[in-house]
Ligand binder design. Structure first.
Ligand code: HEC
Length: 80
């Protein structure tokens, strides 16, 4: 996942930690592959970042993390 993302590794790690700490307390890991990229970046992330009171930098890190995670093939479905 890290190799496939244009973002530096530190940003993705921060996104992962923020997701664990802020997002996962309300719901488990929502599979980002269930949503298309526009939906994630334009609707869902801004709304969820408000719910979690994220800073802009944290919102961007979580966005980068989710977009990278989205490209990881799910084990039950093979690659997309
Ligand atoms: C305060 C609780 C809360 C927090 C914090 C929260 N969520 Fe959510 N999330 C919800 C609820 C409730 C829903 C379903 C209803 C809705 O869309 O508002 C939801 C729905 C979603 C969905 C599905 C949206 C859809 O349209 O199907 C995604 C993806 C998601 N959240 C991701 C995140 C991410 C990423 C974060 C962290 C930045 C986050 N959530 C933080 C409560 C929360």
């Amino acid at each position: 996942m890290i190799e496939r993302s244009p973002h530096p590794k530190g940003v993705l790690e921060r996104g992962y930690v923020v997701h664990q700490q802020k997002c996962a307390k309300c719901h488990g890991h929502e599979d980002p592959a269930n949503h298309d990229v526009e939906e994630l970046t334009e609707d869902i992330l801004p709304a969820m970042a408000r719910k979690s009171k994220l800073t802009l930098a944290d919102e961007q890190a979580v966005t980068a993390y989710l977009l990278a995670a989205r490209q990881v093939p799910r084990q039950d479905q093979g690659s997309r």
